[in-house]
Design a protein around this ligand. Sequence first.
Ligand code: AMP
Ligand code: MG
Length: 399
Amino acid sequence: MLQIEEAVHCLQQQVQPIRKTQSLPLLSATGRILAQEGRAMMDQPPFPRSPLDGYAVRGQDTAKAKKEAPVCLQVVGKVCAGEVFPGQVKAGEAVRIMTGAPIPQGADTVIRQEDSDSGQEQVMIYKSSKPYENYCYQGEDYKKGTLLLPKGTRLRGNEIALAASLGLDPVMVYQKPQIAVVSTGDELTMPGEDLKPGKIYDSNRYWLSARLSELGIPAVYSGHCNDEPEEMAECIRKRSQQADVIITTGGVSVGEKDIMHEVIQILSARQLFWRVDVKPGAPVLAAVFGGTLLICLSGNPFAAAANFELFVRPVIGCLSRDESWIPKKKQARLENDYRKPAGARRFLRGYTEDEKVWVAAGNHGSGSLSAMLVCNCLIEIPPHQAGAVKGDMVWTYLL
Ligand code: AMP
Ligand code: MG
């Protein structure tokens, strides 16, 4: 049977990283992928500046200054942040200076205000300072010409701040992939509506849509379709005009209402695979229709969720050029037992902290949603292994 890694590779081969770019106000670009270089056009800071409030002086003039024997300097001016002192600081002189102001020509250090009498015309200096002791060098953060934000950088708070410090606004970013979500099932009722006998509320559509938003790429379409092959085929036709990927849930198994196989035929879509060695969600189905990738997940809520993490996220990572979409794996020590007859490669809901991981309590059925509430990882149980016991090292996929 097809392995997860093979299926993911196959899916990734079908997509190209998004090439279309857009210009965005810097403040709207958080979480986006930079499509230009962020290179320093000037030194940062652009001038030597004062790290504190006090007096800009020539260090040598203060060499002998002590509390008991202060040095007296002439205050020849004042400079605040955002201003430039036009003159020179000569021997025996000081300029009143505020944090962030350019250090005047001639001065080479700053005396803390607290180490002076805060004098206006003359100032008593109580403590010496060596040249360049209290001095922020021009370019000490970065130098003109430095490539700080390479193309492809994900813009988080730090990167946005750097871009701002470079004066970059607006910024060119890659467009987001267009992802559509469609749930199928005659039994599904939308939340907010009355629940008739035999029906259940649709949770997959909400889970997938919310998860996409949570990870930074909201679905461009989120809808539901009945178990009517023609209706579903029409829905896919329509959505494929816009979407790079359509994620569907339900109807991929072998039951009478498992319509997705027929839908693929109606569309003459190119099937990539059906069934992967994974539990839950083995009957995952993938196809290409036009330029759109169809990833059809089982309708069982945990199967749909686990398969989204395992199959869909790496594909969106590839499309969006954003590696944070690829689930991180780490090994952890199992803190409780999990017994199950050996079988397919299995994924469990888990909770991990530090190097430890617990199998979530409660119903392990793939239909169970409630056990997902406490879950922050998937735990992998290798195939042909009858569960795992406390103390085993297991792989976890962080959610
Ligand atoms: P299916 O994959 O269509 O055979 O559905 C498998 C199980 O998941 C059935 O019990 C369905 O009722 C249930 N199911 C399917 N789709 C959803 C959904 N969108 N939300 C909640 N449960 C679903
Ligand atoms: Mg169904």
